[in-house]
Design a protein. Sequence first.
Length: 463
Amino acid sequence: MNSVRVNSPFNGALIKTLPLHDARDVDKALQVAHGLFQDHTQWLPAWQRIAILEKAAGIMAGQVDELTRIAAQEGGKPWADSRVEVLRAINGVRLGIEHIGQIKGEQIPMGQTPSSVNRLAFTTREPIGVVSSISAFNHPLNLIIHQTVPAIAVGSPVIIKPALTTPLSCLRFMEILTQAGLPEGWCQCLLVDNNNAEKLVTDERINYLSFIGSARVGWLLRSKLSAGTRCALEHGGSAPVIVAADADIEPMIASLLKGGFYHAGQVCVSVQRIFVHESLCDTVAEQLSAGACQLVVGDPLDRPTEVGPLILPREVDRVEAWVDEARQLGTTVLCGGHRISDTCYAPTVLLNPPDRASVSRLEIFGPVVCVYSYRHRHEAIRRANALPYAFQASVFTSDLDTAFDTVRQLNATAVMVNDHTAFRVDWMPFGGRDSSGIGMGGIPYSMHEMTREKLMVIKSNVL
């Protein structure tokens, strides 16, 4: 295979055919990036990085509709949500600019022992080196921003590999960076197959790996890193929600519908497992399924569409098989439970699927939400924590003590109170723990991870 076909996930129509890069292209990209980093005379000063990113943000602001069209067409996320993604991406560039001035070290106290007198010590933070970023399909522009802009902002050369299903948003951003004046080699895009992608992980010239994708692939790649290469891995989750008996139902239903069916559930922190106190379970399940049945499924380029296609037809096959399995195990299907086409699956609400069902054990990554009844909150928390995934979670309650106690007990990197699990802003820390990943994303947090500390100690008889 020496080319890749980019097709619409909704109707399979060919959008564009692109040439694939080969092993020689990978080596050349690494050589260029490594050469830039090794030659300190070519490093970009902070003022120049700021100017480039400011111009890039301005260019993007003038292309919102076009960037939205590209992202929606190749990724399948509905137009309204794709437009939000584009606006977030622009804000992400601006966050990078804002935090360049916050890259700083600290003074280290001296003189506390006889051996440390007459010394002044302080740290600075330097770019970590060559950054290799491997991205996912589900946010084809914003993920690219999160995996390139922090590197550019701190002054590290970066090589980005977009998902082959959704490379067009990345390629457009590369054009924008060039137009904004980023010198050649500081941000390179490679379209490569899995074998050549692995070379972007294992090569000793890589100083930092940013990977967004499946846990199986991510942990395997981490085991192949060269000595000293740092990494951040962002994998999937199986986001739990605890609904207490005193939860305010009306606003909660709207929140859960958005968190569960946004981008057809193809988000690593999508609402998946909702544990509802038995006194509210029937009401919540009925209202949630009523709302899900009213969601408009269709072409992501049609403005009324609320739920688009899954990224590939085989994902529809998988979701269908998992729901059919749950049904055969005695699960009540309250809404949906069937495919609409080869590319779309109906928004689905399941009631009390057994713990051994795939929908209860694994990340669904599709438009399926499971509702479970519980009697005691500690039981719901135990079940929420029972899976190896730990990313974002949430609790709905009107009681502050219940909120604090649930937050404390849930195994998650972030717990939302009275909001869905998929909430995110791009300046907050974002990442999984346990099987869900390692390291922390979010523009300023990635910038920190893409730098390293250097200590300077000055000895002088006049100090």
